[in-house]
Design a protein around this ligand. Sequence first.
Ligand code: FAD
Length: 497
Amino acid sequence: VDFSVVIIGGGPAGATAGRLLASWGHSVLLIDSSDAVSARARGLAESLPPSARKVLAQTGLLDIVDGAGFCRSTGNTVCWESGAKRVERFQGAAGYQIFRPDFDRLLLAAARDAGVRVCQPAHVRDVERTAAHAVVRYGANDETAVARAGWVLDCSGRAGVIGRAWRTPGRRTYALVGEWISQRGWQMADATQTLVEAYADGWSWSIPSSPSVRHAGVMIDGISPGRDRRALADAYRLEIEKSAATSDALADATLTRVWACDASTYSSRRFGDRGALLVGDAGSFLDPLSSAGVKKALASAYLAAVVVNTALVHPRRTDTAIEFFSRWESGIAATHAARSREFAIEAAARYETPFWLRRAEPAGAHSLSAGRGAAVDVAAVQAALTRIRTAATLDLALDDEVRFERQPVIRGREIVVEDALIAPGPPGAGASTDATRFVDNVDVVALARLAGSHGSVPALFEAYCRDCGPAPLPAVLGGLSWLVAAGILRQRNAVPC
Ligand SMILES: Cc1cc2nc3c(=O)[nH]c(=O)nc-3n(C[C@H](O)[C@H](O)[C@H](O)COP(=O)(O)OP(=O)(O)OC[C@H]3O[C@@H](n4cnc5c(N)ncnc54)[C@H](O)[C@@H]3O)c2cc1C
């Protein structure tokens, strides 16, 4: 059977990439090994931050997820560096507390509706790749089927059917997870929130999957007690007792089941080549402390779909598109590895234990450099925004050191090569190595070029919308503030902006 794309795995990454590619007119076969019963038995409650709404909207899934009735969360309750409880409330929209089997079923149904042929449960046994296509052997029980496709997306998560061979290991960590039921509520000020707590030799989290059910997990060193249920439950209870705030929250609840899973981090030496991409967890596994795994899987799926679509429609852009994908993936993995280390350094200041001291060490060879990017300090952007809002007029010009460079960028469902901005960089450090075309979906190259010839925000906004299409004013103001804070636009005279 011939398909444009074969997708291995039907988690968030596989279902989303498949749905997009099928809705863009490509023939897609998705093969997933999970069966409904065991998926529910090992299903986790997971947390999605409000910022995931953006990628859900971008992939056309926001209304579907909003309509599913998942628990919503107002923020996180955190006991970390000092041991005291701190509430981090989300600004604006609420986050989602999703029971993964329900979330995955929703996304897979959306993929089917878009025309993806879904084969489940079926296991991909091997993938044989030639220069022209890949041959995928898969099946259930003793039966084997064969599919041939120009592209294979490895969305098989930790299994990494293709990705395992390219993998670079990170920190070895085990998760023990328990399901708790309580009709009397939870000993927390706001039980919609995720509770996260560091303790001497691990950290714990708990997330509601419904008002009366919470999944509480611990992340520890070492190995799982295997299939010995009693040893597993004993080890789990021991860890939960070490985690004071989590123990308190669960005081009135009953533990109904315990299971273990590997939560070790890893990344990859490469994330794709001609005919294959590693998408979502198949390419890298972020520390679950970030609550960013699903969001990253969705974003990775979106980008993978754009790359494959570009390669199928414009084969000459294939290498550029793959390079773009790999840079993005390695940047995300490196950024999150650095962030995890910062959390570990904070915890190690309180608990000088091997668990935290090891995680606070500089990452080893597995970490990939994120590059010196055009990242701009949030406070500087905020200050620039305040100045722009209060200024009667604008008098901005491009900084002399700003360069434009031809770079791959995403335009709709394709990677194209267009001008991008290279920011001047801090004094003495030379220009940034990262080129930027869009900030919050605002075309900052177009905005920077227009800014010099428009003397007020309304005039600039009107010109931008005329040239680039309608955009929300706050996003355009955000883009303008970013250009000022990055030193790309400078004020020409004394007008304070
Ligand atoms: C303990 C723990 C807690 C977490 N908490 C959070 C959280 O709160 N928030 C968050 O955002 N993320 C969290 N994550 C991370 C999140 O679960 C992953 O990032 C996410 O599942 C990645 O999605 P994916 O589609 O890439 O992979 P997966 O969801 O792993 O999907 C892979 C699919 O591939 C299938 N498959 C595997 N091998 C084969 C094969 N040979 N043939 C066919 N199919 C195959 C599997 O059955 C599965 O359906 C957590 C992870 C762990 C371990």
